[in-house]
Design a protein around this ligand. Sequence first.
Ligand code: HAM
Length: 439
Amino acid sequence: MSKKKREKKVKRLKIKKPKRELLRTPKGMHDILPADQIWWDRVHDSVIRAAGFYRFNRIETPILESASLFERGIGQGTDIIEKEMYILKTKGGDALVLRPEGTASVMRAYLQHSLGRLGQPQKLYYSGPMFRHENPQAGRYRQHHQLGFEIIGGQNDPLYDVQIILALKYLLEDLKLKPLVIKINSMGCRVCQPLYRRQLQNYYRRFEKDLCEDCRRRLQINPLRLLDCKNESCQQFKNEAPNILNKLCVVCTRHLKGVLEYLEELEINYSMNNQLTRGLTYYDRTVFEIFIDGLAGALAGGGRYDYLAEMIGGRIVPGVGGGIGVERIIEAMKIKAIEPPARKATPIVLIRIGEAAKKRALKTIEILRQKNIAVGEALGKESLKAQFALANKEKARLVLILGQQEVYENSVIIRDLKTGIQETVATNKMVEEIKKRLR
Ligand code: HAM
């Protein structure tokens, strides 16, 4: 075969190189890397504490739910339903959704499993990822993690609204996030809210042609969201819009008064904001948002949702709850220079010298692990310096040193890094000797 022919053949046989393009997380989604876990663990610890103090039991619901749960629960005219749901069609033709929030799912679970039979009200909490196809920006992601507290069943007593605010407040303050700014409003009920909605529509109709495109749509479908418009050109209309607090019926006024009286009794600062409407339509009566003074974006939000159960096919069951965004909490802790908790030190690091010790080292570590003693190691490294550097990094109290002689004698050297004193002990006495020194 000629050289030319051979080259041609080799070229033909050459496997096509894969495209050198580094694959990344989808837009608006992120990895939570090992270095960040310390913050997440800190939040998790506080959630467990808050749930324990306020007697909330954990509930987990699936990440995928029927699309109709949110279409009916969250309601038309909201950004979530109109633009932000991740919907997928199954092979069987079902429309499922990556959950955009947790409340509708928890209410579904309450109804589906008749949780009310276990006692009323049910106090439930959850944490997990939520998905909204939003425009990613600071503090706004397409996958975020939320912690939620819900009180479902029993009476629609203002006491429960305040217990939710208390649990969220406890959680944020336990994470050293303060001062908190709590904004409150009432959305009225089925009696008074439609009257207010009509009044708002009548007021806005006068300026319809001057409204932004979103507001013109909101005017038809969900007029309460007109009060949430951030568009500069709509601000003047918002400022002079009718005030919902002047339209509340007697029962809603009494409920709001009840909430405020509890807050005052507890000496919790709050500010009334009659333009707070929230982005989900299931709310009635109390709605609230919690901010950190000086930081943009709500860390937590929630309210009462006494009609949600009915909206998703159940009977009327009162409910109130609130959710906190974990990413936002962690970002706030970083901005406020709140130190992450110190990493737990590993009290013991094992150092090996030579190849024979490398084999024995794994076995030695397993003996200690079986006795619940955690051991740090850098067994893959030959250099003694690198192994001692790990002991320093881990802030170890003791290092165990295994060399060829120790392997041969079935022993190990225990060195106390504080005193510098070291001693050779038989392997079968190792656990006892370590425990003595750690005591
Ligand atoms: P939400 O206000 O939509 O309410 O979300 C609650 C919290 O989740 C927000 O205050 C924010 O910290 C965080 N959050 C929301 N969207 C994003 C995002 N795209 N990126 C990062 N963080 C975000 C609810 O979802 C209701 N289910 C809360 C509730 C519970 N109401 C009654 N019970």
